[in-house]
Design a protein around this ligand. Sequence first.
Ligand code: IMP
Ligand code: MG
Length: 180
Amino acid sequence: MKNDLTVNGDTFEIMISEQKIKDRVKELADEINADYAGKVPVFIGILNGSFIFFADLIREITIDCEVDFLKLSSYGDAKISSGNVRLLKDLNCQVTGRDIIIVEDIVDSGLSMQYIRELILRQNPTSFKVVTLLYKPASIKSNIQLDYVGFTIDPEFVIGYGLDYAQRVRNLKAIYRMKS
Ligand code: IMP
Ligand code: MG
């Protein structure tokens, strides 16, 4: 009870602790380090939501790599995905002939990821893989492949560790779920 918090009038409870996130991020990085040994992939973070996951993941990456960012918008301030994806900031890096790893906070409907996939594949990368911290399989509305998944969760609204509720609470260290 004492761990509950109220945001925009809704109550949230802890779902994934700071330590659990940290341990899982390290496991994901270890897998990526092994899979990309000898390569120099480009990690592309999807702003804004992935910024904390991205920063923690990249510091566990021990192979040579580059980073870049894409900024998308689909939610506005709502809790349900509009499915209407807009590109707010394009890449600076060259995609052609590179090993691309997309870093997302959460895949919900998957429509953002489908948009990103089409955008990147048009530029002929050598390879294209996706790492997402969270995945809601019951919400999926597209046919996309996720290569590294941190946690598979129920289709509930979650906040913290980069994930916002109407732009707030991205700074929380743990992930919280909305109480029904
Ligand atoms: P999708 O296109 O429906 O897969 O949604 C992708 C984006 O919506 C994610 O990158 C998040 O920024 C945001 N999103 C999806 N589910 C949640 C949630 O439960 N809390 C906060 N943001 C979310
Ligand atoms: Mg996002």
